[in-house]
Ligand binder design. Structure first.
Ligand code: SAJ
Length: 421
């Protein structure tokens, strides 16, 4: 392994494009090593918040770091692109109706930065992307700047690489520095230069490969997790039919030294595990059978939970449901692709007679998809449980894990995370 020593003077200025959950912490970590970083984002409100030293989303411990690098002037944010030695592109890569990737944000980022590129510049794509996207981005850059080259030996060469992000939301402060990184250049110099950039702040192993393998490595990691969770979710349906406690079962099976089953839940959410496997399925539909099935199993879980709730409410007059948690996972405020939010929305829309009390300690107000429904209200935990016939636990937020369980006496409890066993 090449040690992570580097000459950070090689990077006089770094531009990080897209200041979301990944781009902003990446920018702040690089800035914390004394390298001037300018963050670029199309959202003026996010830019203003960052320049005021305030994180526009919730991430434990990150506020202090951001405030420090903004205050000392190493990190600033703006909407206009700049002339930099290295660009890191961290923009969203959503999927379309047919599950193929939509690279419009990568295209837009390339168009914004191309005019500023100079020979020797490095462009790293961090956005999770199907195999071939980095190469496609590089070709697009050369179309926009035919005076530059992708050949390492040319004087007018630029360097392009892929380095997928791997941090777990909620643990970014720890994982940004300590997670091994996979780095794949389009050319050997691209790989090397990208390695030097990540060595400025990452203390773990920097694993070098080519761009396409790096792209596939990221999709593979998240698909592995999705398939494992699908296995757990399928077990939860089997156990429900057979009258077995699935959480006890998994705990017992995991005592085997070579078994490590993840946990069942109301479904799989977030913008990563629920999305990335589709990029493999759409790149190789004939072959990706297991990965495709796992997606379907996990996507089917919300409807199964809804059916459980409706069964529990059969025969009840003026039924009230307390729905605990709408974030996509515990102890965060992120609602993207959240199965819990989907369950609450579908219950509310399809059952106007249901009175649903929604509890979500991590958000100030319900999102419009829920607040627009007249049979839904946001309440605090105790109030909602007291009013409810059915208590539907959807997210294992710490407030719910630590709940005084005597509050549940006399209620029908549907615990999708197995925290109150
Ligand atoms: N979930 C379960 N059961 C489990 C674990 C998770 O149902 O045992 C659910 C969660 O509730 C959530 C979803 O899966 O709805 C995803 O949560 P997560 O904690 O597994 O993952 P993310 O989406 O927050 O972050 C993942 C991580 N990838 C892997 O662990 C392989 C992270 O390291 C990546 O950086 C991130 O995706 C990403 O951006 O790709």
């Amino acid at each position: 392994m090449v040690p992570n020593t580097t000459d950070s003077r090689a990077f006089g200025k770094v531009s990080v494009v897209g200041l979301g959950y990944i781009g902003l912490p990446t920018a702040a970590f690089i800035a914390s090593k004394g390298i001037p970083v300018v963050g670029i984002d199309v959202n003026q409100d996010a830019v203003d918040s960052i320049n005021a030293g305030t994180v526009p989303f919730f991430e434990p411990g990150f506020g202090e770091l951001l405030a420090r690098v903004v205050e000392d002037g190493t990190l600033s944010a703006q909407t206009e692109q700049i002339d930099a030695d290295a660009y890191i592109v961290c923009v969203p890569t959503p999927f379309r109706e047919d599950h193929s990737v939509d690279i419009k944000y990568i295209r837009a980022a390339s168009e914004a930065l191309a005019p500023y590129l100079k020979p020797g510049a490095l462009v790293v794509l961090e956005s999770t992307s199907p195999p071939g996207t980095t190469e496609d981005m590089a070709k697009h850059l050369i179309e926009l700047r035919p005076d530059l080259s992708l050949n390492d030996e040319d004087e007018n060469a630029i360097f392009v690489a892929h380095c997928p992000e791997r941090v777990l939301p909620g643990k970014i402060m720890e994982e940004m520095e300590n997670n091994d990184r996979v780095i794949g250049g389009l050319t050997p110099k691209g790989t090397q230069l990208a390695r030097d950039l990540y060595a400025t702040f990452c203390t773990a192993d920097l694993l070098l490969t080519n761009a396409t393998t790096a792209e596939m490595a990221k999709l593979t990691e998240n698909s592995f997790r999705d398939v494992n969770i699908a296995f757990a979710n399928e077990l939860s349906l089997i156990c429900d039919r057979l009258g077995i406690d699935v959480w006890e079962l998994i705990e017992l099976a995991n005592h085997h030294p070579r078994v490590n089953i993840l946990q069942p839940g109301p479904g799989v959410g977030g913008h990563c595990i629920a999305v990335d496997p589709w990029f493999i399925v759409s790149a190789a539909p004939e072959e990706a059978k297991l990965i495709h099935t796992a997606r379907n199993v996990n996507n089917g879980k919300p409807q199964w939970v809804i059916d459980q709730v409706l069964k529990a409410l059969e025969g009840k007059e003026n039924p009230v449901v307390a729905a605990l948690g709408i974030a996509f996972k515990n102890d965060i405020d992120d609602l993207r692709e959240s199965p819990s939010l989907e369950i609450v929305k579908r219950l509310g829309v399809d059952n106007p007679q249901l009175d649903i009390r929604v509890v979500e300690p991590n958000v100030e107000a319900l999102p419009p998809v829920l607040s627009n429904l007249s049979n839904l209200t946001k309440q605090d935990t105790e109030e909602a449980i007291a009013a409810a016939d059915v208590v539907l636990l959807l997210v294992n937020h710490r407030q719910f894990v630590g709940l005084d369980q005597s509050l549940l006496d006399g209620k029908t409890v549907i615990d999708t995370k197995g925290i109150w066993r």
